[in-house]
Design a binder for this molecule. Structure first.
Ligand SMILES: [Fe+2]
Ligand SMILES: [Fe+2]
Length: 257
């Protein structure tokens, strides 16, 4: 993988980040406000608010595999910490208080810790794909200016994270002769649907209250997984850096950034 390209990407992404308009009038009340507050509370913990780093028992095997990889992982997780900050300000705007544990986050961290760094990277990637859909739906249905501004920043960052994982897996595919065939795809989609369902169990109330639907959520995560798989298979045989950069720009253009 072109580590220098990705380090430059993360540094570039750290500039021109307009702060959401936190002082804009808040037009949310009643059940919609209460459900959104609970949802943001959980995301504030899960998206960079807990142990915002690799926590697998064997993470050193990845971190010491290349001199630049440590820096790259640091930059990736620094963006996750920034998501937690943004979500924390949003939570305060909604009148909510931060939480320090939740069953789904505890389970997520336990699996990452004990099942090793290979599992952890896949778990983080799939969580990023389904969370990306959550933020896109929140942006589409949220109706609050500060919420939309926050979503725009996080959607942009997560598009980069997903493209980074794609580049990583493509590089792995080229070096180890992996083809990412149908069996891999079935397993990938199954794990993605599981991650998506856990997210939906916890956040459906808020998104549906804002006007989203079950069909919208599941069809979007299915489509986004399909886009990821198709892009990965192309990247295995094509120029990595240029394609990844293009994919981030296309994602931002067609979505909301
Ligand atoms: Fe994040
Ligand atoms: Fe991320």
């Amino acid at each position: 993988m072109n580590i220098d390209y990705w380090i430059a990407h993360f540094r570039r992404n750290g500039i021109e980040r307009p702060e959401p308009d936190w002082d804009a009038p808040l037009d949310l009340q009643g059940k919609r406000l209460a459900k959104l507050t609970r949802s943001i509370q959980q995301f504030q913990l899960g998206d960079g608010g807990g142990p915002a780093y690799l926590i697998a028992w064997n993470r050193e095997s990845l971190l010491t595999s290349d001199p630049g990889i440590h820096t790259l992982v640091d930059l990736w997780f620094a963006e996750e910490v920034e998501h937690s900050r943004l979500l924390g300000v949003m939570l305060a705007r909604l009148g909510g208080r931060p939480i320090d544990n939740h069953w789904s986050f505890g389970l997520f961290c336990g699996l990452r810790k004990w099942l090793g760094v290979g599992f952890e990277l896949y778990a983080l990637l799939l969580t990023e794909i389904v969370s990306h859909v959550y933020y896109k739906m929140l942006h589409r249905h949220g109706g609050d200016e500060a919420l939309r501004g926050m979503c725009r920043l996080i959607i942009r960052d997560e598009a980069g994270h997903i493209a980074f994982h794609r580049a990583r897996l493509a590089s792995d595919g080229r070096h180890k002769g992996k083809r990412y065939g149908r069996l891999w795809e079935a397993l990938f989609r199954l794990r993605g649907l599981t991650a998506g369902t856990v997210l939906w169990i916890n956040h459906r109330g808020a998104l549906v209250a804002l006007g989203a639907t079950d069909r919208e959520f599941y069809s979007t995560i299915w489509r986004d997984m399909g886009k990821f798989i198709a892009g990965l298979r192309e990247d295995v045989v094509r120029n990595l850096g240029a394609d990844a950069s293009l994919s981030i720009k296309q994602e931002c253009k067609t979505e909301v950034c």
